[in-house]
Design a protein around this ligand. Sequence first.
Ligand code: F6P
Length: 323
Amino acid sequence: MKSIGVFTSGGDAPGMNACVRSVVRNALYLGLDVYGIKYGYNGMIEGDIYKMKSYSVSNIVQRGGTILKSARSKEFMTKEGRKLAYEQLSKRGIEGLIAIGGDGTFTGANIFFEEYGIPIVGAPGTIDNDLFGSDYTIGFDTAVNTALDAIDKIRDTANSHDRVFFIEVMGRHSGYIAIQCGIGGGAELVMVPETSTTIQDVITRLKEGRDRQKTSSIVVVAEGDEQGNAHEIAGKVMKELPELDIRVSTLGHIQRGGSPTSFDRILASRLGMAAVEGLVNGQKNVMVGIINDKVTYTSFKLAISKNKPINEDLMRLVDILSI
Ligand code: F6P
């Protein structure tokens, strides 16, 4: 293999740049040509592709977002779109790809590989930490720290006014961000899609807290929770406990931005190296991950389809720590 392409796709995540940098420099180190593909699969289809040098990735290890830009491509979901993308790669002699993204990115990569046989190695880049085959994904740690910083601030005002706050965090169908924020932020309760918590459970927990002289409470809600979003849940609780002073805060895209933590920079750099080395050594149609500090390769199919369960000890811990 002489020439590879790298792209970022789906929701951006802090640390994607550190991963791009690592891919580019590891590839150059091994004597490969590297092409940057902009705007994910859209740029692949449109030929928004440029040759990258070592200096192309200078001064980005600390930057949030992605210098390669990102997109969720509708066109790549069509046969015609993928054909155009393949032609753009062939024209430039690109023989292998490194895809940095989440489940949508790897779903596309899997189909592309099956249709055209082009070797692709994925690096898990998503704040959601929802991919089977890696203990952590790039951006998750930064997102949790950003959310925690916000929760700490909200706690100050909750405490001053004796209020109950429902704070919604991201994670799509996963409760990883919520559970970490719940433990780190001292929440009374965490609501995640992986476990079922009824509105009555919330009411009981808040009443118990009040009986123990708690004057303010934080409930962290994962956006994918089965009871609905934080506004909906808070509305139902308000009806039952009108005496409580309840507020809602949805943290939103703030969780996707900012400078990556040291953890994410190092994770991203390691995954970038392992992705390039894997591709050169014949890995294809797999996602690289780190499990128990060891590099592993998991098929795209498994990475996107198998559930990554939340450690039950973490759920128990929230309950115990909130007494
Ligand atoms: O996958 C990352 C993520 O931020 C999810 O947590 C969230 O559900 C989704 O992307 C939001 O997507 P968008 O930026 O397209 O609104």
